[in-house]
Write a protein that binds this ligand. Structure first.
Ligand code: CA
Ligand code: CA
Ligand code: CA
Length: 289
């Protein structure tokens, strides 16, 4: 029979175990404010190595503004991305876990809303093959990527002008080429040089269920409860951005981002608690000596 002290210890461990399923640990995998004025060093969480699909000169940290940020040069469009885990160690969401991707979006020149798919951003999985050079993203390493993303229209304030999308399974695609629309939401007209926090949260709400939520602008420009229950994606290691210049005056534009953040809301491993429980008698024995 358990002694009273031992019983209390087991009770504490059991409580910790149960509480762990209610309160996930928030692990900050990336928080890049670009204070270091460069985009080339992978030293997470505070500095990510960023890549552009175009020439290296088209993506830079703008140090000519008060608060440094990553920014594209003006062009007809560009795509850039970063990896928020070590290669081969993606986030593998368990039931009850989620991952948040947020950033401050900024338009050096305001979008004029003349194109319905201007700003794209999402969470992806490289599936073990990463594009890790400027000018890449066009070959086999990219076509196996999967994920979820948002398209928003920062030139217009209207219902259903933003969409939430999923990379179509088993298609040879780039992050943003072959996709399935999951839901429509509202877009927010971003003013030039004003920052708006936007983002996407992917939650694993069941063995075969993913629920998406996020933000396309201030206040109530949010979406939630968008459920995927077929061929779901639960593994992630990449964030990616794209913009289409047709959304800007003259059909060329640029985007900037700051405070790019990825948080993994992780449930502590049950094994940790089983181990703790197993060690309780040992601790008590040690204390008695
Ligand atoms: Ca950096
Ligand atoms: Ca900054
Ligand atoms: Ca890949």
């Amino acid at each position: 029979m358990l002694s009273k002290g031992l019983f209390v210890n087991y009770l504490v461990v059991l409580t910790l175990f149960c509480v762990s399923f209610v309160y996930a640990d928030a692990l900050q995998l990336m928080y890049d404010p670009f204070n270091d004025s460069e985009r080339d060093t992978q030293n997470l969480p505070s500095s990510a190595k960023w890549y552009t699909r175009s020439d290296s000169s088209t993506l830079f940290v703008n140090t000519g503004v008060a608060n440094y940020r990553i920014e594209t040069s003006v062009s007809a469009g560009n795509q850039f991305w970063a990896h928020f885990t070590e290669s081969g160690s993606p986030v593998n969401l368990q039931v009850g876990e989620s991952i948040d991707f947020t950033f401050n979006a900024l338009m050096p020149v305001a979008s004029d809303g003349s194109w319905d798919r201007t700003l794209w951003f999402g969470l992806f999985n490289s599936n073990g093959t990463r594009d890790a050079a400027d000018g890449s993203g066009v070959g086999a390493a990219r076509t196996d990527d999967t994920g979820y993303f948002v398209i928003t229209n920062p030139g217009v304030n209207s219902i259903n002008r933003s969409t939430v999308n999923k990379v179509t399974p088993s298609t040879a695609s780039d992050h943003f080429v072959h996709y399935t629309n999951m839901a429509n939401t509202s877009s927010w007209p971003m003013q030039a040089e004003a920052q708006y926090q936007v983002g996407l949260t992917v939650a694993r709400t069941g063995e075969s269920e993913i629920t998406l939520s996020g933000r396309t602008g201030p206040s109530n420009y949010t979406f939630s409860g968008i459920v995927d229950s077929s061929d779901v994606y639960s593994v992630f290691d990449t964030i990616s951005f794209y913009y289409d210049g047709r959304g800007f005056p003259g059909d060329t534009g640029a985007i900037a981002a700051d405070y790019v953040t990825v948080v993994y809301n992780q449930i502590p491993e049950p094994a940790t608690f089983v181990l703790l429980a197993a060690m309780v008698p040992f601790f008590r024995k040690t204390r008695k000596q």
